[in-house]
Ligand binder design. Structure first.
Ligand code: KIV
Ligand code: ZN
Length: 389
């Protein structure tokens, strides 16, 4: 069972905070970090300490107050970055330094004007520097999604030998298809001789909307850490969304994987991040969108009212959502209308509902949503032969 534990590495405060307009001050970061710890995340990536004095201070303060989760600081494969990350994490109970470098040929040439051999040496070196501050070092092979598997395997073997205990395989540009990303993880499992000494981590971006699928594919092929953010925030189209991967593993429990996340806190956490970062959540977002438990078409409403399982695979209370909603629109049917009238205290007969329904669809055609106030007016104006209030 222990081997099926999937560690949740939250990077809302680092990759998520890189989103334009989402910048947080130290107080806001501290509040979110405490809630993330309470949610049950295993690792909090608190920031990129060398990037600014404000981020250094945030990482330092988060490191000082977080008790159970590991607190991680990002750095490039640059000595000064690693020193500053080490300094910011000095008071952390469980510090982790996340360091690394681009490994795709494109990054090697275009970003570093370098060679595979030089990059391999820099990768080894940065892990060694980081190990002088902590034995909890994670190495990232940036753009691993587009890195040649054979070279990637050489880099990963070398950084594990140099002391990395977690190896992050980012699909930095969100390019991979789920089977390709999964095959990449499987390739590393099968071709890196010392891979049993490290945990493989998925860090997937959402440029093609595949971040969640790719992370799950990574886990199915042997990864045991997922890097993700609340509401899927992150560079460009975002990162893997924490709430999605956690609920996929929970709902598909027959796969045998589990996380430490208290799922009933997912919606409150999503609201906190959305409000603090001033970044609204799209209504149809899985798990945490305002429509995630809303039913508006007649066919769905009828089935849902007979048995919620017909149209809901997750109980709203399991993810801390307000509850299921029947939304009355022009696509709604008689069952939903009768149900809502009943909630408002009007027990109409089937014939009455047929008559009221004609009036209802006319109102519904003129509005996006029919409100209780509209129904109350209809009920009061209706000749109340069979209405019992
Ligand atoms: O997307 C990426 O490759 C990253 C690394 C810095 C881990 O965010
Ligand atoms: Zn990233």
């Amino acid at each position: 069972m222990a081997n099926n534990r999937v560690f949740i590495f939250d990077t809302t405060l680092r990759d998520g905070e890189q989103v334009p307009g989402c910048k947080l001050n130290t107080k806001e970061k501290l509040e979110i970090a405490l809630e993330l710890e309470d949610l049950g995340v295993d690792i909090i990536e608190a920031g990129f300490p060398i990037s600014s004095p404000g981020d250094f201070e945030s990482v330092q303060q988060i490191a000082a107050i977080i008790k159970y989760a590991q607190v991680c600081g990002l750095s490039r494969a640059v000595k000064k970055d690693i020193e500053v990350a080490g300094e910011a994490l000095k008071h952390a109970k469980h510090p982790r330094i996340h360091t690394g470098i681009g490994t795709s040929d494109l990054h090697i040439k275009a970003k570093f004007n370098s060679t595979r051999e030089e990059i391999l040496e820099r990768a080894i070196q940065c892990v060694k520097w980081a190990r002088t501050y902590t034995d909890n070092v994670e190495f990232y092979a940036e753009d691993a999604g587009r890195t040649d598997n054979d070279y990637l395997a050489r880099v990963i073997e070398a950084v594990i030998k140099a002391g990395a205990s977690t190896v992050n395989i980012p699909d930095t540009t969100g390019y991979c298809l789920p089977h390709q990303y999964g095959d990449k993880i499987a390739y590393l499992i099968n071709n890196v001789p010392n891979i049993d000494k490290a945990i493989i981590s998925c860090h997937c971006h959402n440029d093609l909307g595949l971040a969640t699928a790719n992370s799950i594919s990574g886990v199915l092929n042997g990864a045991r850490q997922i890097e993700c953010t609340i509401n899927g925030l992150g560079e460009r189209a975002g990162n893997t969304s924490l709430e999605e991967v956690v609920m996929i593993l929970k709902q598909h429990h027959s796969l045998g994987y589990y996380t430490n996340i208290k799922t009933e806190q997912l919606n409150p956490m999503s609201h906190l991040v959305s409000d603090t970062m001033r970044m609204p959540v799209q209504a149809n977002k899985a798990i945490v969108g305002s429509n995630a438990f809303s039913h508006s078409s007649g066919i769905h409403q009828d089935g849902f009212l007979k048995d919620a399982l017909c149209y809901e695979i997750i109980k709203p209370e399991d993810v801390g959502a307000e509850g299921s909603k029947i939304v009355l629109t022009a696509r709604s049917g008689r069952s939903a209308l009768a149900h809502r009238f009943k909630k408002l205290g009007y027990d109409f007969t089937r014939n009455d509902i047929d008559t009221l329904y004609e009036q209802f669809v006319k109102i519904a055609d003129s509005k996006k949503e029919v409100e209780d106030a509209d129904l109350l007016i209809m009920a009061k104006q209706f000749k109340p032969e069979s209405a019992v209030v």
